[in-house]
Ligand binder design. Structure first.
Ligand code: PMP
Length: 290
């Protein structure tokens, strides 16, 4: 039996899950999405992901055709239909079918679909060894044009950065904001640790407010680790004691070098590995039961 996709109110086979070439999600990247994980039959931070989806929609004046409860139910129904208890879930809302102009008023109804499948972003050994990353020249979108807090279908800013990262042979690329402060990576948030303090960019740096990032802050606070959200530059990453990235797909992954500078000993740090353990326990013991 093939993968079942939830598309505009019904579950359909993967092969029949199709949207129009006139959908503005495709023509203009006019739409939003979420990436969510289920672990051992529980959906991690479902409410937070749904809230962020509806907040993104609000900013883009995109009317999601169903309410939050129905959306949560549809996500669970998609997991059940595919008998998945460990999965990556992609929820996409597009502006819907319009004409060839970009005016969203020509798109009477938004479309949404949900894909639940397996994911493994990085090979296991990278979680043990850590990643090398590189700063790229593509800067993160300025919040005044397209706020990075909106998880929109228009990921070209990050894709441009990812291409540069690929050319440099690194698994993730670090993006600065227009002022040169560290913003985030192409699909992950960044943390550094210096003298026992956990630091992640302040929201004014212009990054997606990560749900994994927030979970890690809570775990650190439980361990009585001081947490700060502040603006910092590459200098602070080069000279950090530890560094790691967070994201729904990546979870927590250690970073051991930036732009050819080893971070401390060049091995994943103790606080990072402790937080990875805590996070693995958290995802298995919390979350909405499917
Ligand atoms: N930044 C960007 C640009 C992202 O696309 C993502 C999600 N993949 C993140 C950060 C991490 O956010 P979250 O922890 O909510 O998945």
């Amino acid at each position: 039996m093939g993968l079942k996709i939830f598309l505009d109110g019904e579950l359909v086979e993967k092969e029949s899950a199709k949207i129009s070439v006139f959908d503005h999600g495709l023509l203009y990247g006019d739409g939003i999405f979420e990436g969510i994980r289920a672990y051992s039959g529980r959906v991690f931070r479902l409410k937070e992901h749904i809230d962020r989806l509806y907040d993104s929609a609000k900013v883009l004046m995109l009317e999601i055709p169903v309410d939050k409860n129905k959306m949560a139910g549809d996500i669970k129904a998609t997991l059940k239909a595919n008998s998945l208890i460990d999965a990556y879930i992609r929820v996409v809302v597009t502006r819907g079918v319009g004409d060839l102009g970009l005016d969203p008023r020509k798109c009477p109804k938004a479309s949404y679909f949900i894909i639940a499948d397996k994911i493994s972003l990085y090979p296991d050994e990278l979680y043990e060894k850590g990643l090398e990353i590189a700063t790229v020249s593509t800067r993160r979108n300025i919040p005044e044009s397209l706020n990075p807090r909106v998880k929109s279908l228009n990921y070209l800013n990050n894709i441009m950065a990812k291409i540069e990262g690929n050319q440099r042979g690194v698994a993730e690329a670090l993006m600065l904001n227009s002022q040169g402060f560290v913003a985030e990576c192409t699909g992950d948030n960044i943390f550094i640790i210096k003298n026992g303090v956990l630091i992640t960019p302040h929201s004014s740096a212009g990054a997606l407010l990560g749900i994994t990032q927030e979970a890690v802050i809570e775990l650190a606070e439980k361990r009585k680790i001081e947490v700060r959200r502040e603006l910092f530059t590459r200098y602070c990453v080069f000279t950090a004691d530890e560094c790691f990235l967070t994201g729904t797909a990546a979870e927590i992954i250690p970073v051991i070098a930036l732009d050819g500078r080893k971070i401390a000993s060049g091995k994943p740090g103790k606080i990072t590995t402790g937080l990875i353990d805590d996070f693995r326990k958290l995802v298995k013991s919390t979350g909405e039961v499917i």
